[in-house]
Design a protein around this ligand. Sequence first.
Ligand code: GTP
Ligand code: SPV
Ligand code: MN
Length: 590
Amino acid sequence: MNAVPQQGANATPGTRLPSLRQWVDEVAALTRPDRIVWCDGSDAEDAALKEAMLADGTLIALNQDTHPGCFLHRSHPDDVARVEHLTFVCHQDREDSGPNNHWMAPAEAHAKIDALFDGCMQGRTLYVVPYCMGPIDSPLSRCGVEITDSPYVVANMRLMTRMGAAALARIEREGAEGKPFVRGLHSTGELDPDRRYIMHFPEELTIKSYGSGYGGNALLGKKCHALRIASHQARHEGWLAEHMLIVGIENPQGEVHYVAAAFPSACGKTNLAMLIPPESYREKGWKVWTVGDDICWMHPGEDGRLWAINPEAGFFGVAPGTSEKSNPNALASIQRDTIFTNVAVTDDNQPWWEGLDDRVPAIDWQGRPYDPANGPAAHPNSRFTVSARQCPTYSPHTENPQGVPISAIVFGGRRASLVPLVFQARDWAHGVMVGAAMASETTAAATGAVGVVRRDPMAMKPFCGYHFGDYFRHWLSFDRPGARLPAIFHVNWFRKDDDGRFLWPGFGENMRVLEWIIGRVRGEAAAVDSPVGLLPEADGINRDGLDGVDFEQLFEIDAEGWSSEFAAIRSYLDELQPRAPEAIVSAAGR
Ligand code: GTP
Ligand code: SPV
Ligand code: MN
């Protein structure tokens, strides 16, 4: 059956893969679009889409003299962040989704969301978007197809993934061998928060998302595929899909150590991935290479090490706070060919957000004349979408089909008190417990209250596609004969003094902490044991040129505070019983 004829200027003949063709036909029969476009990812296709979006107001051209190829998208004001309360992971068996996910029986979930999809693309175009997560020729990469009625999603997927003809060719080749692709169906629907669901069917490798156009809800290759579905696949295939940046640290000897770091949403991954070392480090020859800023897929290699790829091809980064001082690499990346979402603009139509500079914006993120009485000019979760290739420190090894070897894993959260600047886990099981015990203040990346401390194990609370107890067990399983596992650390850039000021300068100065981490990995830096783990010696972190930093307070271990923290961790692990692994529970002090 092919209910809807192929039409349109850039419509292509579709696909020779029967399973894909059949699925597109089924979706078209359900959603009833006016036309179907198979996206090839070409420049011409992108230009035509952008022209159409400029014509209908989906995109607004920014100042093309200062920001060539840059556009602004203003989303619906009720559609600015991930919606965790509307996100479901629907395993057949409820237990498999765990208490960490919302669950609905798959049949019920399909029925509920298919009712919303029924006829929803009438008057619209259905885009078929084949994409590859990871280098196109890497055996570690995985493919998917997103069907969407949003040209904004198509333009973003083109930046965030390897999208188009090459991905389709790989999907067809693998399909002929019986290897499945992930199916993602998306419609912006009416953008009504009461008619919005983000649903995952891990056992069917299927995603259905309705009623939102926002990044994490709508760019299905990202959180839905590369974390929720991929984490489920990874569990069964023996690898890890994580909410981590990947950064290469080159020391003065020219050795590059790759570090993967899991921080919750809007807690510093993009910034650490693009770090520029302080001048005193650059003079000595330290360099930093950006591999990825949000997602990391790690596979055990034949040498026993974990090898990582960044499944993404672009950055969907937080705009507020990005400046020449905090993140010059990000700023340099977004001077051209960037899509900005929900930022403000200056009177000469340049993108602007809080923390960029001291200019006063003219128009706020909702298109109103800027009035501080209305709140921030840019939405706190306003974002930029840009190709990773535009980052000045983009690592050429990002394209390695085998990935890069990971020397250290770093967990971290936003904790105003209690948690020291850095500590190291004593061994793998202790490190898995440290990751499982993570907590962080909530941010604007998801709807709901901001600044509330919640448990966010391994920064995966919103993204783990299965039961956290099984997930920790899976992590522990990597410790086996022959393994040469990364050392595990925990950092906190966000500890505050009694007046509410950050104790640590952060950003580029985080290099000092990375230096200690690399020193530990190389067996050079010393450490002392403490109730939470291994701490740097008194002068273990380089303090040269850092005046006024209170290291004593930064590293203070409050025994009483930690005793209640461990009690909270244990009661959190209790909620995961009977699936919480004993090694984690006992590492947490029982
Ligand atoms: P997602 O894209 O949502 O997954 O977030 P992310 O982890 O990539 O967050 P990002 O790096 O964009 O950081 C977001 C916020 O953290 C911004 O407000 C930054 O200014 C702030 N931030 C990042 N690094 C530091 C740091 O070292 N110190 C302090 N104080 N703030 C930081
Ligand atoms: C996050 O919220 O962790 C993000 C942005 O990286 S989104 O793609 O919307 O999930
Ligand atoms: Mn993220």
